[in-house]
Design a protein around this ligand. Structure first.
Ligand code: A3P
Length: 295
C-alpha cells in the first residue's frame, strides 16, 4: 500500500504533455519505466469506451470461461490499470509487478505516451473506441461519482473541457486517431463499442482469434451471456461495487450506468449537438476513422 496522500477531488496534473488524475502523476516514473513482457496483453482505451467490458471478456477467455476463476477478485485487480495510483490502494505497477505470467494490462494512455517497452516486446494490444458523444456523457457521470477526479462542473462546462481535451487523458479525438493510425504497423486489434453492442458474438470472435484461441459456438454464446450489460451489472466482481466509496460513489451514479449507444440524445441540447458536430468534423478531417452515433 503506497503512502500517497489525497484530498478529495484533487486537481488534474500534466505528465508527458497529457492531463492525468492528480494522484496518478505521483507514480508516473514507475509507469514510464514499466517493464513489459512478451506475453502481456494490453487493453487500451480512452476512458468510458468499454474497458471493463473488454477486460471481463479477456479474463474469461484466458481462464477458459470458468466463472469460479473469474470470481477470484474484482475486475480492477484481475486486469490491473497501469497508471492507477490512489492513496491506500496498491498502484497498478505494484500489482502488475507481482503477477507471474499472462498479464492483462489496462491502460488509458494515448499511443504516443505508452511506455516504449510495450513496443519493444511487440505485445498484443486490443483497443476499444466509442463514439465521442456517448463517451462525453459517460465520462461526465463518471467524473461525478469517482471523486479522484476534479469537480466536473455543469454538463455544459464539462462538455467544453472535453472538446478542449482538458479532461483526464486528454483529447478523445487525438486518442482514437492516434491508435487508429498505429494499428497497421503494430500488433493492435482495433474494435468499436458500437460494433460490440450490435453483434457481440461477431466481435468476441475477433478477440478470441486475436488471442490465438478457439471457442465453440456454445462457448461463444456463454461468453456473450456472461458479459452482457445486465450480467456484469449484477456481478460484484465486474461492477466496481467493491471499490472503496472514497474512490467511487455509486449512489451518485452507478459505474454500470446504461450501457447503450445513443444516450447522448438524453443529455445534449440542440446547440451542444451542433457544436459537437462542428468539433467532430474539424477533428476528423484528417482521418478515415469514423463513428456511429446511433444504433
Ligand atoms: P455508460 O456510462 O454509457 O453506461 P469503461 O469500462 O471504459 O469505463 O466504460 C464504461 C462504460 O461501459 C459505461 O457506459 C458502462 O455502462 C459501459 N459498460 C460496461 N460493461 C458493459 C457491457 N457489458 N455492455 C455494454 N456496456 C457496458
Amino acid at each position: 500500500v503506497n503512502g500517497l496522500a489525497m484530498s478529495s477531488r484533487p486537481p488534474i496534473k500534466y505528465v508527458s504533455g497529457m492531463p492525468i488524475l492528480g494522484p496518478f502523476a505521483e507514480n508516473w516514473e514507475n509507469v514510464k519505466t514499466f517493464e513489459a513482457r512478451e506475453d502481456d496483453l494490453v487493453i487500451a482505451t480512452y476512458p468510458k469506451s468499454g474497458t471493463t467490458w473488454m477486460s471481463e471478456l479477456v479474463d474469461l477467455i484466458i481462464h477458459g470461461l470458468d466463472t469460479e476463476k473469474t470470481k477470484r477478485d474484482a475486475i480492477f485487480q484481475r486486469v490491473a490499470f497501469l497508471e492507477y495510483a490512489v492513496p491506500n490502494m496498491l498502484t497498478g505497477t505494484e500489482i502488475l509487478n507481482r503477477i507471474e505470467s499472462e498479464r492483462v494490462i489496462k491502460t488509458h494512455l494515448p499511443v504516443e505516451v505508452l511506455p516504449k517497452h510495450f513496443w519493444e516486446k511487440n505485445c498484443k494490444i486490443i483497443y476499444v473506441a466509442r463514439n465521442g458523444k456517448d463517451v462525453a456523457v459517460s465520462y461526465y457521470h463518471f467524473y461525478r461519482m469517482a471523486i479522484v477526479h476534479p469537480e466536473p462542473g455543469t454538463w455544459e462546462e464539462f462538455l467544453n473541457s472535453f472538446m478542449e481535451g482538458k479532461v483526464a487523458f486528454g483529447s478523445w479525438s487525438a486518442h482514437v486517431k492516434g491508435w487508429w493510425n498505429a494499428r497497421k504497423q503494430k500488433n493492435i486489434l482495433y474494435l468499436f463499442y458500437e460494433d460490440m453492442l450490435e453483434d457481440p458474438k461477431r466481435e468476441i470472435q475477433k478477440v478470441v482469434t486475436f488471442m490465438g484461441k478457439k471457442l465453440s459456438e456454445d462457448e461463444l454464446e456463454k461468453l456473450h451471456q456472461l458479459t452482457s450489460f445486465q450480467a456484469m451489472k449484477n456481478n460484484p466482481m465486474a461492477n466496481y461495487s467493491t471499490i472503496p466509496k472514497s474512490v467511487m460513489d455509486h449512489s451518485i451514479s452507478p459505474f454500470m450506468r446504461k450501457g447503450i449507444c445513443g444516450d447522448w440524445k438524453n443529455q445534449f441540447t440542440v446547440s451542444q449537438n451542433e457544436q459537437f458536430n462542428e468539433y467532430y468534423r474539424r477533428e476528423m478531417a484528417d482521418t478515415d476513422l469514423s463513428f456511429r452515433f446511433q444504433d
